[in-house]
Design a protein. Structure first.
Length: 686
């Protein structure tokens, strides 16, 4: 009980610290009136999109709530009387609702701070790089603290009230389903606007990025917030809670194994048993560690990507060390097997290796991205070829690291160890997410500087922050994908226990069919999201071209572009296109389990994890490398801005945008959502 109280306190501390950061950010200077007017347009567009997106998602949530109530809470409980009976209310459905609300709330808070921090970051950049970093990073830390605070409070309260891992899985399903829609919808919006702005503005008209004459510029800035802040916040909320849910589920499996497969109310009633609460304690330690780590993020005034990168690494390293020390003490106090400490250590090291490998392949300070940029001297085609090859090659180190982590943690602590490794990897999420979420704020700050015609050194400072943001964002996606594999494997094991499957035999035709369908799912999902961006971007390109053609005064600076129309096009395209991919992730697992059987659904999870993890890594890293190859040229290499090499890297970046910001990051949510759907609906396939 005391352990759960500590976790609750940590959650409230995270939210309190986040509130303090919000107050500090809001006290910062907003700059001149022109800057404030631009920022207001971004705020209004972002809020309008989020309201409409959440209205669409709310309909979906109500439908799934009803399905869970009828088919899980009302029906399955009658068939499984040995489960906890304290369910006068539709518990799984309510837990789903709470998880969905928490995911949406985390994204909403993070985005509303980001759209106010962008102009303040621009104003701070007028006085120095370190001040700009502090404002942008503090706004990112709000996102991080909000995610971990709401996440741990939601899990603890659900566990405290219901004391049932199946209900906790409902909470995770709610978080996952909202995350998928938020990532896909926001990703389609931001990349449609970005592609339209780049293709017509920079390539066809030769005007600078974020030029106020471009009708898609405001939409592009809005997209940074709805996709890379709100969408990413919901994504990492899902990763964070999913890791805890998987570990608790496997703790239950362990108890069942000790009791010869019989799990009764007395077992679950011991809801503060060590195996249940250890992941919550580790996450609580991670919250305190992340808060301390944020104070270690400082840099000098030279706008060097390397200097900035080491500043962020320092904060993460401090947090990781504190997590390890705290975990060692907690395991000793709880008198648990000390091998669990090495499990957490393995998870943290695996995350760091994945992040470092991602930085190597995507940051332009290193050889791969510089060589990719050099391909631009022979045109866009060679940039695309080299970028795809780089993305494929970049999967090797992360995937082998995940394989090693699975082997080591299984040897140390069995299947429970695999899930606990994901907890270790995500324990300092409060600061690792901050290093990711600040990137869109810096990107917006650069756009405001350009549109407000501020001195060149201001844009130079914001560009340094933005370039680093591309790298840290890629690292964050690597963390999410790595933890997704570990979490999905753990959830798959929980599913097999629920439906009574001991092994998944690949010579069984039903399992083999499931594996192939599962391997197909990431490609169908990726195709849908890529094609959705293409369709929405085409509408945006045509609209920007139309405005330039019909209003020649726009390019002359005598007529204001119709930015609101561009925002509307991106909004309608995103909302229209996000429905099918999000629905597919829930319907297909249920259909496979109901029509082909429980074994086929187990095979589907195996195939989706293997194919989806590799595809997600390839897309995220190729997109990050293409983006930073463009930034490398814009920094003065290979002829600099306006050169043929620059135009070629813009094409690569245009292709990479939906790779890294729509399809790739949505893939890890797909894997976990399908796995947790299998866990929640598994009893129907008995």
């Amino acid at each position: 009980m005391a352990s759960l109280v500590i976790a609750l306190i940590a959650g409230f501390v995270a939210l309190g610290f986040g509130a303090g950061l919000i107050a500090w950010v809001m006290r910062q200077d907003q700059g001149n009136q022109a800057m404030q007017d631009i920022a207001k347009s971004i705020q209004e567009g972002s809020s309008a999109f989020l309201r409409r997106e959440y209205a669409y998602i709310a309909v979906f949530v109500v439908v799934i709530f009803a399905v869970l109530w009828v088919f899980i809470d009302a029906d399955v409980l009658d068939k499984m009387p040995d489960r906890v009976t304290s369910r006068a209310l539709p518990a799984t459905a309510l837990a789903y609702l709470v998880g969905a609300f928490g995911s949406g709330l985390a994204g909403f808070i993070g985005m509303n701070v980001a759209v106010r921090a962008n102009v303040r970051t621009t104003a701070a950049a007028q006085h120095g790089l370190n001040r700009a970093l502090r404002v942008a990073f503090s706004s990112g830390a709000v996102m991080g603290m909000t995610v971990v605070g709401i996440g741990i409070l939601g899990i603890v309260l659900m566990w405290w009230v219901w004391k049932d891992p199946n209900i906790i899985a409902g909470f995770g399903m709610g978080a996952s389903s909202i995350a998928l829609f938020a990532r896909v919808g926001g990703g389609i919006f931001t990349k449609a606007a970005d592609v339209g702005a780049d293709l017509v503005g920079k390539i066809e008209q030769g005007i600078p990025e974020d030029d106020p004459r471009n009708p898609a510029t405001i939409a592009d800035n809005v997209g940074d917030n709805v996709g890379d802040v709100a969408g990413m916040g919901a994504d990492l909320f899902e990763s964070y809670t999913g890791a805890i849910v998987a570990t608790i589920s496997l703790a239950v499996v362990g108890i069942a194994a000790e009791e010869n497969g019989v799990l009764d109310n007395a077992d679950i009633a011991a809801f503060d048993a060590d195996g249940f609460v250890l992941p919550l304690i580790i996450m609580a330690i991670g919250i305190f560690a992340s808060i301390i780590g944020t104070f270690a993020v400082r840099t000098g005034e030279e706008p060097s990507v390397g200097r900035l990168l080491w500043a962020l690494r320092g904060g993460i390293a401090v947090a990781a060390v504190i997590v390890l020390i705290g975990t060692a003490i907690a395991i000793q106090i709880m008198d648990m097997d000390f091998n669990l400490f090495f499990v957490v250590l393995t998870g943290l090291l695996a995350g760091q290796i994945i992040g470092t490998a991602t930085e190597y392949y995507t940051a332009y300070e290193y050889k791969p991205t510089r060589e990719l940029a050099e391909q631009a001297e022979t045109g866009a085609a060679t940039v695309l070829i080299a970028g795809l090859g780089l993305g494929m090659l970049s999967t090797a180190i992360p995937m082998l690291t995940i394989v090693a982590a699975i082997f080591i943690t299984y040897e140390l602590a069995g299947l429970y160890g695999i899930a606990l490794a994901a907890v270790g990897m995500l324990s300092p999420l409060g600061i690792t997410l901050a290093t990711d979420a600040y990137g869109p704020v810096a990107d917006n700050a650069g756009g405001i500087a350009e549109q407000a015609h501020l001195p060149p050194e201001v844009r130079e400072r914001t560009d340094a922050l933005d370039s680093l943001g591309n790298t840290t964002a890629a690292s964050g996606k690597g963390f999410a994908i790595g933890s997704a594999v570990l979490t999905s494997l753990a959830l798959m094991v929980s599913y097999t226990q629920i439906v009574g499957i001991d092994t998944l035999n690949l010579l069984d035709v039903n399992v083999l069919i499931g594996v192939l369908i599962g391997a197909l799912m990431p490609f169908i999902f990726g195709a849908q999201t890529m094609l959705a961006v293409g369709r929405a971007a085409r509408e945006m390109v045509n609209e920007v071209r139309r405005q330039f053609k019909e209003e020649p005064g726009i390019l002359k600076g005598t007529v204001e572009p119709d930015s609101a129309r561009a925002v509307t096009i991106a909004t309608e395209g995103a909302l229209r296109e996000m429905i099918m991919p999000g629905t597919l992730a829930i319907v297909v697992p249920i259909a496979v389990g109901a029509i082909i059987g429980a074994e086929a659904l187990g095979g589907l999870l195996v195939g989706s994890i293997a194919a989806g993890a590799l595809l997600a890594l390839m897309m995220a890293n190729a997109g990050g490398a293409w983006d930073n190859a463009k930034k490398y040229v814009e920094a003065g290499a290979l002829g600099g801005k306006g050169s043929d090499a620059h135009k070629a890297t813009i094409v690569g970046d245009t292709v990479g945008d939906p790779f890294k910001d729509t399809s790739g990051p949505s893939m890890n949510i797909l894997l976990k959502l399908m796995a947790i759907v299998a866990v929640v609906f598994g009893p129907l396939f008995l």
